[in-house]
Design a protein around this ligand. Sequence first.
Ligand code: PHE
Length: 345
Amino acid sequence: MEEKINLLKQDLNKTFENFTNDKKEVKSLNELDLLESKYLGKKSLIAQTLKNINEFPHEVKPFVGKTVNEVRNKIENEIKNLRDELNLIEFDRKLREEKFDLTLPGRLLPLGSKNIINKVIEEIQEIFIGLGYEIAEGPEVETDYYNFEALNHPPDHPARSLHDTFFIDDKILLRTHTSPVQIRYMEKNKPPVYIIAPGKVYRKDYDVTHTPMFTQIEGLAVDNNINFGNLKWTLETLAHSFFGKDRKVRFRPHYFPFTEPSAEVDVSCNICGGKGCRVCSGTGWLEILGAGMVDPNLYKYVNYNPDEVTGFAFGMGIERMAMLKYGIDDLRLFFENDIRFLRQF
Ligand code: PHE
């Protein structure tokens, strides 16, 4: 028996010696796992001896157990220490690999900028909100009824042909102006009405001063006792707040089917200072809006009583407004979205 125990002791010593040698080769956590299973795993001498400890006589079992466990604990300890060490090395390596230089300047993301059209819409909205107006909206795909008929263009009215309309079918079209919002709003709201309605409009037209899509702001005021003087004051206030007091404004008589009387309003051209240039076609003036007193005939479409209310309306081209204020000389610049152009505002 003694011999068997001596043999076991020798084997355990040898095992530990081998373990110590193998351990020196271990460079990674993976290799350490393999080492652990080789010396402590199910098939290892240590595990097998403990499992078959009943082969030893009863009185030596405690001694055998103690001897094997001593070696096992030593190995376990060394594995644990080495694991801690390797973990630290691994952590350190990760830190080194992932380290970044906090002193480097950040990479600048190219920023977009607000489109000049939207900026001008906001400026004009601010002016009218200050005067107590609300903002209204309507669809860009519109019916013939709202774009023409309820705006006093009966089916064969010649003014329809002035609009270069994009028709979708007989009854559906791309709105040629923001005036349909007047009807849509009055249909749903009782007077008094003070609204402005910005939005895109469409016409078959393309040159230096026309694009097939452009932007308008519509204005509508309907109340008791609204007169042409109120309209004139409102538009002068707009022109002076938007362009500045030095810009001149003039009213020319005009015709719109849905206003009576009607006017076209011009602002002096700031590109040439009024001398005449390509943009103002040599006149020194640029038309910015159409306006007039709401034709009482419209009220019957929206169930307003023409004996009780009067009103004025106006519609202006936003691109024109922007050109005049910021001295932009080609309408097409607005739609090309060249960031170098947009960044200037
Ligand atoms: N809708 C007209 C146009 O686009 C402008 C306008 C609006 C005129 C309101 C009078 C009143 O030309």
